[in-house]
Design a protein around this ligand. Structure first.
Ligand SMILES: [Ca+2]
Ligand SMILES: [Ca+2]
Length: 199
Protein backbone atom coordinates (compact mmCIF):
# COMPACT_ATOMS: atom_id res chain seq x y z
CA UNK A 1 0.00 0.00 0.00
CA UNK A 2 1.39 3.38 -0.92
CA UNK A 3 2.19 5.97 1.73
CA UNK A 4 -0.31 8.40 0.17
CA UNK A 5 -3.07 5.79 0.29
CA UNK A 6 -2.29 4.98 3.92
CA UNK A 7 -2.45 8.67 4.81
CA UNK A 8 -5.75 9.06 2.95
CA UNK A 9 -7.27 6.09 4.79
CA UNK A 10 -6.00 7.39 8.13
CA UNK A 11 -7.44 10.85 7.49
CA UNK A 12 -10.79 9.48 6.31
CA UNK A 13 -11.02 7.13 9.28
CA UNK A 14 -10.13 9.74 11.86
CA UNK A 15 -12.62 12.31 10.48
CA UNK A 16 -15.33 9.62 10.73
CA UNK A 17 -14.41 8.92 14.34
CA UNK A 18 -14.40 12.62 15.17
CA UNK A 19 -17.79 13.10 13.50
CA UNK A 20 -19.30 10.21 15.44
CA UNK A 21 -17.87 11.52 18.70
CA UNK A 22 -19.39 14.96 18.13
CA UNK A 23 -22.74 13.55 17.02
CA UNK A 24 -22.30 15.55 13.85
CA UNK A 25 -24.38 15.06 10.75
CA UNK A 26 -24.39 16.77 7.39
CA UNK A 27 -27.03 19.42 6.73
CA UNK A 28 -29.96 17.85 4.92
CA UNK A 29 -28.77 14.26 5.39
CA UNK A 30 -31.57 11.73 5.90
CA UNK A 31 -31.95 8.54 7.88
CA UNK A 32 -34.78 6.05 8.35
CA UNK A 33 -35.40 5.17 11.99
CA UNK A 34 -37.35 2.46 13.80
CA UNK A 35 -38.34 0.42 10.73
CA UNK A 36 -38.13 -3.35 10.48
CA UNK A 37 -35.38 -3.05 7.85
CA UNK A 38 -32.95 -0.43 6.59
CA UNK A 39 -35.40 0.33 3.77
CA UNK A 40 -38.16 1.83 5.91
CA UNK A 41 -38.70 3.98 8.96
CA UNK A 42 -39.44 7.39 10.37
CA UNK A 43 -37.70 9.96 8.19
CA UNK A 44 -35.19 12.01 10.12
CA UNK A 45 -33.25 14.91 8.67
CA UNK A 46 -30.10 16.61 9.86
CA UNK A 47 -30.36 20.31 10.63
CA UNK A 48 -27.95 22.32 12.81
CA UNK A 49 -25.97 19.13 13.44
CA UNK A 50 -28.89 17.35 15.06
CA UNK A 51 -31.47 14.90 13.78
CA UNK A 52 -35.13 15.90 13.73
CA UNK A 53 -38.35 14.73 12.10
CA UNK A 54 -40.54 15.82 9.18
CA UNK A 55 -44.27 16.58 9.35
CA UNK A 56 -46.66 14.52 7.20
CA UNK A 57 -48.71 17.53 5.99
CA UNK A 58 -49.17 17.43 2.20
CA UNK A 59 -46.72 14.51 1.92
CA UNK A 60 -46.78 12.39 -1.27
CA UNK A 61 -45.24 9.31 -2.83
CA UNK A 62 -43.14 11.69 -4.94
CA UNK A 63 -41.63 13.02 -1.71
CA UNK A 64 -40.98 9.41 -0.64
CA UNK A 65 -39.15 8.80 -3.92
CA UNK A 66 -36.80 11.68 -3.22
CA UNK A 67 -36.10 10.32 0.27
CA UNK A 68 -35.25 6.91 -1.19
CA UNK A 69 -33.09 8.40 -3.95
CA UNK A 70 -31.17 10.51 -1.46
CA UNK A 71 -30.52 7.39 0.62
CA UNK A 72 -29.24 5.53 -2.45
CA UNK A 73 -32.21 3.17 -2.70
CA UNK A 74 -34.51 2.45 -5.62
CA UNK A 75 -37.38 4.89 -6.03
CA UNK A 76 -39.97 2.98 -8.05
CA UNK A 77 -42.77 1.95 -5.72
CA UNK A 78 -41.64 4.12 -2.82
CA UNK A 79 -44.52 5.09 -0.54
CA UNK A 80 -45.17 6.60 2.87
CA UNK A 81 -46.89 6.16 6.21
CA UNK A 82 -48.20 9.25 7.95
CA UNK A 83 -49.22 9.88 11.59
CA UNK A 84 -46.01 8.62 13.23
CA UNK A 85 -46.45 5.08 11.90
CA UNK A 86 -42.88 4.30 13.00
CA UNK A 87 -43.29 5.99 16.37
CA UNK A 88 -42.90 9.59 17.42
CA UNK A 89 -39.45 11.12 17.17
CA UNK A 90 -37.71 13.34 19.63
CA UNK A 91 -36.31 16.80 19.22
CA UNK A 92 -37.29 19.30 16.57
CA UNK A 93 -39.78 18.96 13.77
CA UNK A 94 -37.57 20.36 11.07
CA UNK A 95 -39.63 20.40 7.86
CA UNK A 96 -43.33 20.87 7.15
CA UNK A 97 -45.42 21.11 3.96
CA UNK A 98 -42.75 19.37 1.86
CA UNK A 99 -43.56 19.16 -1.84
CA UNK A 100 -41.34 17.39 -4.38
CA UNK A 101 -42.11 16.36 -7.96
CA UNK A 102 -40.18 13.12 -7.43
CA UNK A 103 -37.12 13.89 -9.55
CA UNK A 104 -35.13 15.90 -7.02
CA UNK A 105 -31.83 14.73 -5.56
CA UNK A 106 -32.17 16.48 -2.19
CA UNK A 107 -35.26 16.93 -0.05
CA UNK A 108 -34.15 20.05 1.79
CA UNK A 109 -32.34 21.72 -1.09
CA UNK A 110 -34.58 21.03 -4.07
CA UNK A 111 -38.11 20.36 -2.81
CA UNK A 112 -40.32 23.18 -1.61
CA UNK A 113 -41.13 23.28 2.10
CA UNK A 114 -41.80 25.66 4.95
CA UNK A 115 -38.82 27.36 6.55
CA UNK A 116 -36.86 24.87 8.66
CA UNK A 117 -38.23 24.57 12.22
CA UNK A 118 -41.36 26.53 11.21
CA UNK A 119 -44.40 24.23 11.34
CA UNK A 120 -47.88 23.65 12.78
CA UNK A 121 -47.34 19.98 13.60
CA UNK A 122 -46.81 17.60 16.48
CA UNK A 123 -44.65 14.49 16.58
CA UNK A 124 -47.83 12.42 16.10
CA UNK A 125 -47.54 13.61 12.48
CA UNK A 126 -43.99 12.37 11.87
CA UNK A 127 -43.67 11.02 8.36
CA UNK A 128 -42.38 7.53 7.58
CA UNK A 129 -41.20 6.17 4.23
CA UNK A 130 -40.85 2.72 2.68
CA UNK A 131 -38.25 2.33 -0.06
CA UNK A 132 -38.23 -0.62 -2.47
CA UNK A 133 -36.27 -3.24 -0.57
CA UNK A 134 -34.98 -5.34 -3.40
CA UNK A 135 -32.88 -4.66 -6.40
CA UNK A 136 -35.02 -6.76 -8.77
CA UNK A 137 -32.75 -6.83 -11.79
CA UNK A 138 -30.02 -5.08 -13.70
CA UNK A 139 -31.18 -2.74 -16.43
CA UNK A 140 -30.87 -4.46 -19.82
CA UNK A 141 -30.34 -7.97 -18.51
CA UNK A 142 -32.44 -10.77 -19.98
CA UNK A 143 -33.75 -14.18 -18.91
CA UNK A 144 -35.80 -17.08 -20.19
CA UNK A 145 -38.75 -18.09 -18.02
CA UNK A 146 -41.47 -20.78 -17.94
CA UNK A 147 -39.49 -23.11 -20.18
CA UNK A 148 -39.56 -26.85 -19.57
CA UNK A 149 -35.81 -26.90 -19.08
CA UNK A 150 -32.88 -24.52 -18.75
CA UNK A 151 -32.16 -22.48 -21.86
CA UNK A 152 -35.74 -22.53 -23.09
CA UNK A 153 -38.54 -20.11 -22.38
CA UNK A 154 -40.24 -16.80 -22.78
CA UNK A 155 -37.79 -13.95 -23.18
CA UNK A 156 -37.93 -11.29 -20.49
CA UNK A 157 -35.84 -8.14 -20.22
CA UNK A 158 -35.16 -5.88 -17.26
CA UNK A 159 -36.06 -2.21 -17.76
CA UNK A 160 -35.97 0.20 -14.82
CA UNK A 161 -35.68 -2.58 -12.26
CA UNK A 162 -38.73 -4.48 -13.60
CA UNK A 163 -38.91 -7.65 -15.67
CA UNK A 164 -41.10 -7.42 -18.79
CA UNK A 165 -41.64 -9.30 -22.02
CA UNK A 166 -40.47 -8.65 -25.57
CA UNK A 167 -42.90 -8.52 -28.52
CA UNK A 168 -42.20 -10.96 -31.35
CA UNK A 169 -43.06 -8.56 -34.20
CA UNK A 170 -40.27 -8.65 -36.76
CA UNK A 171 -38.27 -11.10 -34.70
CA UNK A 172 -35.58 -13.10 -36.47
CA UNK A 173 -33.21 -15.94 -35.68
CA UNK A 174 -30.43 -13.36 -35.65
CA UNK A 175 -32.17 -11.68 -32.72
CA UNK A 176 -32.40 -15.10 -31.07
CA UNK A 177 -28.68 -15.59 -31.54
CA UNK A 178 -27.99 -12.31 -29.75
CA UNK A 179 -30.21 -13.45 -26.89
CA UNK A 180 -28.43 -16.78 -26.72
CA UNK A 181 -25.04 -15.14 -26.84
CA UNK A 182 -26.00 -12.71 -24.06
CA UNK A 183 -27.16 -15.69 -22.00
CA UNK A 184 -23.98 -17.59 -22.80
CA UNK A 185 -25.93 -20.38 -24.44
CA UNK A 186 -24.76 -20.75 -27.99
CA UNK A 187 -26.81 -23.82 -28.75
CA UNK A 188 -30.13 -21.96 -28.81
CA UNK A 189 -31.00 -20.60 -32.23
CA UNK A 190 -34.68 -21.10 -32.85
CA UNK A 191 -37.71 -19.31 -31.46
CA UNK A 192 -41.46 -19.52 -31.93
CA UNK A 193 -43.95 -16.99 -30.57
CA UNK A 194 -41.37 -15.62 -28.19
CA UNK A 195 -40.31 -19.10 -27.03
CA UNK A 196 -36.78 -20.32 -27.67
CA UNK A 197 -35.94 -23.90 -28.60
CA UNK A 198 -32.75 -25.89 -28.74
CA UNK A 199 -31.93 -26.97 -32.24
CA1 LIG B 1 -50.77 16.14 9.31
CA1 LIG C 1 -48.25 22.18 7.99
Amino acid sequence: MSVLLRILIAVTFSSCVIKQALGDCDLGALQLVNGSSIFEGRVEICYNNTWGTICDDNWSDANAQVVCRQLGFSTIGAYYHSNAYYGQGNGSIILDNVHCDGTEASLIQQCSHSNPLSHNCGHHEDIGVVCPSTHNCTHGSIRLVDGSYIGVGRLEICIDNEWGTVCDNGWTNLNAQVVCKQLGQNRLTRYQGGIFFVN
